[in-house]
Ligand binder design. Structure first.
Ligand code: KG4
Ligand code: ZN
Length: 367
C-alpha cells in the first residue's frame, strides 16, 4: 500500500510517501523563521505559509520517493514535477492530520488532502496527531529498519510544544490487524513541557523555539543555580503542571539587569530545563510503578533533547525495561512520516473516511 501523508497541525508543512510502514520520502518545511520574531506560532501566518508551501512540499515528497520505488519509477519527462503522474501511478491512500492542533493550520492540510483524494479518486484516512507522535516509534526506513519488537502494554511519555501526556498503549487481542488502544493516565493541567521551555526562552530574550537554545546553553550552566519548585509533590498525582515553574522563574529574575541575565544565561537555562525534566521523569517513574508496563516509549519534539534522552535511558535501566525513542532527530518533532505510519495501521483495518466531502479538522481532538 502506497500512502501520501500530509501534516500541517502547527508550524511545519510536511508530506511523506510510504510503502506500508516504510518511509520512502519525507519533506518538512519549517516555518521557524516566520514565527521567531513573535516568540511563538502566529496561527494566521502559519495558515498562509502552509497554503503557499503545501503543494510544492507534496510534489517534492512524491518526486523523492520515486528513487526508492521498487522497481524504480521513471515518469515521462514532460510530466516530471507534476502531481498528476505521481498521484495516478504511485499513491493508493492519502493520510492527513485532522487534529489536535491550530484550526487554521489544520484546515490547509485537510482541505488539500480532500481535494487531491476527490480529484484522483483515492481513499483517505484521518489521523490523530498524538497517535502519529506515538507511532513515530514504529516508523521504518525504506529498507524496513529498525526492526523493533515492541512489547505491549507500553507506557509512552509524549512531550511536545502542545502536549505532555503519559499514555498507556496496548493492543486488542485477536484482531487480524494491529489495533492500538490508548489510555491517558497523566497529562499537563496547564502548559506543555515544550511550551514551558519556549516561554522561559522568550523571557530570557532567546527566541522561538526555546527547547534547542535552552538545551545548548544548559550544557555550560549550573542546574542548581536557581531554586525552582518541585510541582505536584503528591505521589498519587500522575498529572503535570509547569505554570508554577514559569511564574517562579519570572519573579526571581524580573528585577535583574540585562547584564546579570546575560552573564547567567547558562545557569538560568540549566536550572529551568532541570526543573522541567525533573518533573517529567518523577511522574513518569510513578506511572511505571503503578502500571507495570512491558516497555517504555517516548516521543514528541522535546525528546530531541539529548540530556532528556540520556536521563530516560538511565531510568529504563533502573527499572529494568526496554526503552524506545524515535531513531532520527526529525522524527521527534512534527513530520508526516509518523502520520503515514498511523494512517497505514488505520488503512489496514479498513478505517477509511466514509464521506470525504464531510471530513473536517478537529482542533481539540483527544487521543
Ligand atoms: O512535536 P513538536 O514539533 O510540535 C508539537 O506538536 O508541539 O514539538 C515542538 C516543541 C517546542 O516546544 C520546542 O521547543 C521543543 O519541541 N523542542 C525541544 C528541542 N527541540 C524541539 N525541546 C528541548 N530540546 C530540544 N532539543
Ligand atoms: Zn507534534
Amino acid at each position: 500500500m502506497r500512502i501520501l501523508a500530509i501534516e500541517t497541525s502547527c508550524d511545519d508543512t510536511a508530506a511523506a510517501v510510504l510503502d506500508n510502514d516504510r518511509v520512502l520520502s519525507s519533506v518538512i518545511s519549517s516555518q521557524i523563521d516566520l514565527h521567531k520574531e513573535w516568540g511563538g506560532v502566529v496561527p494566521d501566518l502559519a495558515k498562509r505559509a502552509h497554503q503557499e508551501r503545501i503543494i510544492p512540499v507534496i510534489v517534492e515528497a512524491l518526486k523523492r520517493s520515486k528513487l526508492k520505488q521498487n522497481p524504480p519509477l521513471t515518469p515521462p519527462s514532460k510530466k516530471e514535477g507534476g502531481l498528476d503522474f505521481f498521484l495516478e501511478n504511485i499513491i493508493d491512500v492519502i493520510a492527513v492530520t485532522v487534529g489536535p492542533g491550530l484550526a487554521p493550520a489544520l484546515a490547509v492540510g485537510v482541505n488539500t488532502a480532500k481535494e487531491l483524494a476527490i480529484k484522483y479518486n483515492k481513499k483517505m484516512v484521518a489521523v490523530n496527531h498524538i497517535e502519529g507522535h506515538i507511532l513515530s516509534n514504529w516508523v521504518k526506513n525504506s529498507k524496513g529498519l529498525p526492526e523493533r519488537k515492541i512489547e505491549l502494554p507500553g507506557l509512552v511519555l509524549t512531550v511536545s510544544g502542545g502536549h505532555t501526556k503519559i499514555i498507556k498503549v496496548g493492543q486488542t487481542q485477536g484482531s487480524a490487524y494491529t489495533k492500538f488502544v490508548y489510555e491517558v493516565v497523566g497529562e499537563t493541567m496547564d502548559d506543555a513541557a515544550g511550551e514551558a521551555l519556549d516561554k522561559a526562552s522568550k523571557l530570557l530574550g532567546l527566541g522561538y523555539p526555546g527547547g534547542p537554545v535552552i538545551e545548548r546553553l544548559a550544557l555550560r550552566g549550573d542546574k542548581n543555580f536557581l531554586p525552582l519548585p518541585h510541582s505536584l509533590a503528591d505521589k498519587k498525582i500522575l498529572d503535570y503542571s509547569f505554570s508554577g515553574l514559569k511564574t517562579s522563574f519570572y519573579y526571581q529574575i524580573k528585577d535583574w539587569s540585562k547584564d546579570r541575565i546575560g552573564k547567567n544565561l547558562g545557569n538560568l537555562a540549566a536550572s529551568f530545563q532541570e526543573a522541567v525534566f525533573e518533573q517529567l521523569l518523577r511522574k513518569y517513574k510513578l506511572a511505571i510503578e503503578k502500571y507495570q508496563p512491558k516497555s517504555l516509549l517516548a516521543c514528541g519534539g522535546v525528546m530531541a533533547n539529548l540530556e532528556l534522552r540520556k536521563r530516560l535511558r538511565q531510568l529504563a535501566k533502573e527499572v529494568g525495561l526496554p526503552i524506545y525513542m524515535p531513531v532520527k532527530k526529525w522524527l521527534n518533532t512534527d513530520n508526516a512520516a509518523m502520520i503515514g505510519v498511523a494512517g497505514y495501521y488505520r488503512a489496514m483495518r479498513g478505517e477509511y473516511v466514509e464521506e470525504i466531502e464531510e471530513l473536517d479538522r478537529e482542533p481539540r481532538a483527544r487521543i
